[in-house]
Design a protein around this ligand. Structure first.
Ligand SMILES: *[C@@H]1O[C@H](CO)[C@@H](O)[C@H](O)[C@H]1NC(C)=O
Ligand SMILES: *[C@@H]1O[C@H](CO)[C@@H](O)[C@H](O)[C@H]1NC(C)=O
Ligand SMILES: *[C@@H]1O[C@H](CO)[C@@H](O)[C@H](O)[C@H]1NC(C)=O
Ligand SMILES: *[C@@H]1O[C@H](CO)[C@@H](O)[C@H](O)[C@H]1NC(C)=O
Length: 407
């Protein structure tokens, strides 16, 4: 944490902002360029709306809310940390997720302000999150996990990261994991598939019954028994039947806004796919699109430079259901507005606040087992004094801002 390295980071950050059309370090900026509308995806947005499903799902949600905590299945077996989830369909579960899960604010990045998480994806899985999001760039012909640009934050090859996810999945055979990968440089589907194959993760890939939004998702138990326990959404790719488990995200999922600049800025409006923005979420839901709640905020570092807002993180990630900007409030609000629960949720700094309490509440469970938040001595974060101390981040940001003004 020498001032010198911070200044280098700041200069790189400023430079990136200057040359980029989307001066935003949150990592989602390039998602915008990669939505299906831009022709990069070739996604199938057209689906025949099934109006009956909307009513059925609404009833399902009511039932879930009333289900309380009774355990009807074999309690010796938990699926995604709870026996109550084994016989629940994938799209009838809220999967809590780490946004930009490969971009860390820790020792490995000299506490980069471009980092969205204090702990890596393995720790996220250990803590009970079951959705991991990241950004893929093409750097020197290799697929790398980079944040906005590889000069700003390069978290290494995609295949290496996927291999670590595979290790965790090998060790945890009762867990269904989801990925959302942003294909920032429009890499070919075959190249992305090659990374999955190198990592040995392709065999876990789940292939839905149809290539468009469907209400027909299997239960976790079915996916676990078939050992097809990985749901891989890519934004965006051209669907290729050779790699049917690589799913164009916006053929199945709709999202709320990802560029929120204040805690009062969260809402439930459909932001993407843009093909559905005119019709809105009601059409998406009746067409079986699964809702993804983006719940992370940015703050302005300097002029148009935005960084993940860690200052307000205790509020942002709170399970409180009455505080403006709290995850609990946002999730509850959208559940009532949509008539269905979010299926996918993304948060920054997952260890802060109580994001799993929100997931458990939405899932109607109170018997979670097998989670661990004991990662104080974890390798990539070891020695990071004050890693739980949000104040350190504040000081860092203040310092960076001052340094930038001085140049
Ligand atoms: C969703 O899960 C709840 C709780 O287990 C269940 O009551 C409901 O029938 C499920 N809905 C669907 C559509 O399967
Ligand atoms: C890509 O090549 C450039 C120029 O040789 C180099 O600076 C950079 O480190 C390379 N990136 C990776 C990820 O290997
Ligand atoms: C929803 O929130 C986003 C981000 O704060 C904002 O850009 C958008 O205008 C909001 N939509 C509505 C309908 O308020
Ligand atoms: C996270 O860090 C731990 C401790 O160093 C390491 O064992 C694990 O492989 C890392 N996982 C990822 C995805 O980087």
């Amino acid at each position: 944490m020498l001032p010198g390295s911070l200044l280098t980071g700041a200069i790189v950050a400023l430079f990136s902002a200057g040359v980029s059309a989307t001066p935003q370090f949150g990592g989602s900026g390039s998602q915008e360029q990669n939505q299906g509308e831009d022709g990069s995806g070739g996604n199938t947005f057209e689906s025949s709306p099934s109006t009956s499903t909307y009513a059925a799902t609404t009833i399902a949600y009511t039932a879930t809310a009333l289900a309380a905590t009774s355990s009807s299945t074999d309690t010796s077996t938990a699926c995604n940390n709870s026996p109550d989830l084994c016989d629940r369909a994938y799209n009838n579960i809220t999967h809590m997720g780490a946004h930009d899960s490969s971009f860390l604010r820790d020792d490995s990045t000299d506490d980069s302000v471009a980092g969205n998480q204090f702990y890596n994806a393995t720790y996220a899985l250990e803590a009970g999150l079951r959705l991991l999001q990241a950004q893929v760039h093409v750097e020197n012909g290799t697929l790398e996990l980079c944040h906005t640009t590889c000069s700003l934050l390069d978290a290494g090859p995609l295949a290496d990261w996927l291999a670590l996810i595979r290790v965790w999945m090998d060790d945890n055979p009762n867990e269904v994991v989801s990925l959302v990968l942003v294909n920032s440089d429009d890499a070919d589907v075959a190249d992305i598939a090659a990374a999955f194959e190198t990592a040995g993760l392709d065999s876990y890939g789940y292939t839905p019954a149809t290539t468009e939004a469907t209400g027909d998702w299997p239960t976790l138990r079915t996916m676990i028994e078939a050992n097809t326990r990985l749901v891989s959404f890519i934004a965006s790719i051209t669907y290729d039947s050779t790699y049917p488990y690589l799913l164009p995200e916006f053929a199945y999922v709709f999202e709320t806004a990802f560029e929120v600049l204040s805690l009062s800025g969260f809402n439930c409006t459909l932001d993407r796919p843009s093909s559905l923005t005119d019709d809105g979420y009601a059409t998406a839901i009746s067409s079986n699109y699964m809702p993804m709640l983006n719940h992370f905020a940015y703050k302005t570092l300097i002029s148009s430079v935005m960084i993940p807002d860690v200052d307000d993180i205790e509020t942002t990630n709170s399970d409180d259901t009455s505080t403006t900007g709290a995850l609990g409030t946002h999730a509850d609000g959208c559940t009532s507005e949509w008539g269905v629960k979010p299926v996918l949720v993304l948060v920054d700094f997952f260890d802060q606040g109580d994001v799993m309490a929100v997931a458990d509440s939405l899932n109607g469970i109170s018997n979670a087992v097998g989670r661990s938040t004991d990662f104080e001595d974890g390798g990539s974060t070891s020695g990071a004094t004050g890693k739980f101390d949000v104040g350190t981040g504040v000081a860092l940001v203040t310092f960076l801002a001052a340094a930038l003004f001085m140049f």
